[in-house]
Design a protein around this ligand. Structure first.
Ligand code: GUN
Length: 285
């Protein structure tokens, strides 16, 4: 038996078409500003895809790109301008930033009402407390895909490999909110297989090709591969291809979680615009 291929690309297309319709009904212009620092070719491709997706959905976008040697002060200054600019509904700072910049400081400088990545501590804290407002796009995409395939998470053993602020921690919180029993594994976890073999849902978000092998997966499990690793064999995830022979459901890499992330970014941008028009308070200050 082979696993059901979870088609995030098809779902993302459906969601994007829905967002384009909602944009027409919204009747006002909505604008996303992206900030990219440095020369990382993958980041340049990702940001360009985000702009293409905005344009297709009828969302305006502004593209701010800086050279590798730009100072943190210059980026903070731009963020201040974007925060104050009433035309801008969403702000996204593409990560990773160059090593000389403090990512937490830059993340903190984004107005939480415009924080379409959900990385600001206020948005992260709201997710942690079970009252989310703007939530990171990749975990949101994972959850939407699980819902599309009608996977009921209640009481399930969920194991997340990776504890990043972008994927591991937020996806763990979201699985918990759906009443899964959640374990977070990471680079210091002893006997990783002992945890993964218990998992009804396994989320791999590390960035290490070949990390999850078929002997680590419980037969019939739902396996979500969030990673995109560039190798000589092309783009691969963290999960070995033959896991499809034991898993019940599996996301292909590339072409499942990546497209879902972009669809969810558009969703967050529209949500941020709606909140701003409605005067929804993020911070309560
Ligand atoms: N780098 C890798 N994933 C992401 C993401 O979802 N948002 C941003 N801003 N940067 C990223």
């Amino acid at each position: 038996m082979t696993a059901v291929r979870m088609d995030g690309k098809a779902l993302a297309e459906k969601l994007r078409a829905g967002i384009a319709d909602e944009m027409k009904a919204f009747g006002e212009s909505v604008c996303l500003a992206t900030v990219l620092v440095g020369d990382d070719p993958a980041s340049h491709i990702y940001v360009s895809r985000k702009h293409d997706a905005c344009s297709e959905a009828g969302i305006e976008s502004r593209d701010h790109r800086f050279g590798e040697s730009t100072s943190e002060g210059e980026v903070l200054e731009l963020l201040e301008e974007l925060n104050a600019d009433d035309v801008v509904d969403g702000i996204l700072v593409q990560l990773p930033l160059p090593a000389h910049m403090d990512e937490s400081k830059v993340t903190l400088a984004v107005d939480p009402t415009k924080d379409v990545d959900g990385f600001h501590p206020l948005n992260a804290g709201r997710l942690y407390q079970g009252d989310p407002l703007l939530v990171p796009a990749t975990p949101l995409g994972v959850m939407a895909l699980l819902a599309e395939y009608e996977i009921d998470l209640k009481g399930m053993e969920a194991v997340v490999i990776g504890r990043s602020e972008i994927v591991g921690k937020p996806v763990a919180m979201m699985l918990l909110a759906e009443h899964a029993t959640v374990t977070i594994c990471h680079s210091r976890t002893v006997d990783l297989e002992q945890h993964t073999r218990r998992a009804d849902i396994l989320v791999a978000a590390v960035g290490r090709p070949g990390l999850v092998t078929r002997d680590m997966v419980k037969p019939g499990a739902v396996v979500i591969d969030v990673a995109v690793n560039r190798t000589e064999q092309g783009l691969v995830g963290d999960v070995e291809k033959d896991v499809a022979e034991v898993a019940g459901f599996l996301t292909p890499v590339p072409g499942s979680i990546g497209p879902m992330t972009i669809a969810m970014l558009l969703r967050n941008t529209l949500t941020a615009a709606q909140h701003r028009r409605e005067g929804v308070a993020v911070s309560g200050t």
